[in-house]
Design a protein around this ligand. Sequence first.
Ligand code: NAD
Length: 501
Amino acid sequence: MTSTLQKTLHHWVAGARVEGTSGRTSEVTDPATGEVTAHLPLASADEAAEVIAAAKAAFPAWRDTSLTTRTQILFRFRELLDARAPELAALITAEHGKVLSDAAGEVARGQEVVEFACGMPHLLKGSATENASTGVDVHSVRQPLGVVGIISPFNFPAMVPMWFFPVAIATGNTVVLKPSEKVPSAALWIAELWSEAGLPDGVFNVLNGDRTAVDALLTSPDVKSVSFVGSTPIARYVYETGTAHGKRVQALGGAKNHMVVLPDADLDLAADQAVNAGFGSAGERCMAVSALVAVGAIADTLVSKIADRARALRTGDGRRSCDMGPLVTRAAQERVSGYIDAGESEGATVVVDGRQGEFDADGSGFFVGPTLLDHVGTDMTVYTDEIFGPVLSVVRVETYARAVELINANPYGNGTAIFTNDGGAARRFQNEVEVGMIGINVPVPVPMAYYSFGGWKNSLFGDTHAHGTEGVHFFTRGKVVTTRWLDPSHAGLNLGFPTNT
Ligand code: NAD
């Protein structure tokens, strides 16, 4: 369906809107109605080079801008975002489909990273040693890299870029953000907010596009690092290509998160949280619970409690106070329905079926309702693949040990959770599972901004997680300065290796 109010979007370069010139565009849709709402320019390699050049030109002055001034701009950005967060949430809902309260939550979690970055002067303090050798002092500093690239996925159009750019900017880098072509407007809105906050032109740029734009960032010698978030195959490609071109790369990939429920758990709490974590944002979260591992004899009761709750959810247009919105595109809707078909034909029991149902929306949106599959086997595609939709698969196991074995055998290692009242079991779990982020009676354990976000195994390529002190480390290089003034121990010519006295 085509709307009469379609916009033509743009890039954001050196503090101004720049129209696309490649002649290539993609359509942006409202997933709740199926309408095309905008056309997005997809950059050519030459256009990408111009955006990178603008960021490069802005770098020397921004690097030399005092920490005090940089921090004041970050505080202003924080205040503006706080005041206008509902506008950003509405933009996210219109292109992603998630319900407004969920979109507001994403903005709030991104805002926490801005607040973390407001403390950058403290985080950038180096160390100093007086008289390390006689008359010799040593100090260390961390300096920005230069132009940094950020490539983000569709599912968190504000929060995921905000995992990176507040830290990158506060540490003195200039940024080229390449948002997902499915949900580009949040990035453009944020760019205008930065200008309003007084960020100099060229420090934050938005390059819209597809693989051509990504490849330009990965291969340009002027881009010093790449922070990527998206699916595992592209994360691997970005990591391998970026590092082959001499860049520092952190590439966060896909996920298959397990929630283990032990027999002693509070089953009402577990059922509530399984529904929240399985169906929130229609399952389009990298920290969504996808596999529920029911241990022992509780499975029948737990499945029935989850089913009751799932059936009570209202799915529809995210602007209508529904619990759950649509999937992002028609292709995503078809892919997720296809997985449910496959699960059914491979022998899973479809307890709640999201392929049918009534959706509170106009037009023809991309809806799949909450779906609960029971008796899922570990060889079924609904278990082996990342579905990225509102499908919760229940795997029944006899023992805690088997639950941990499943998690550790999984190629992904983003998040996991255990529900139990047994502190000893929880402590064992947090120690034994090979996963980056663990929740104990917390289903979506997204770390605070001052910790770092990142998974293990195929959920992260590179060794640095996002934000927190790891983020500060990623966006800076260390330098150590050794100084001697008026040294009485200077002993004239000596070609031996310098030793300390
Ligand atoms: P995606 O991999 O399709 O796209 C991510 C980015 O890569 C987009 O900007 C896109 O334009 C670009 N891209 C897509 N195909 C490309 C190609 N062939 N070459 C170069 N660039 C390409 O991911 P998505 O569908 O937008 O997002 C969903 C995925 O992201 C899921 O797998 C989800 O688990 C993952 N994700 C992970 C995290 C995490 O923290 N680990 C967070 C959010 C999302």
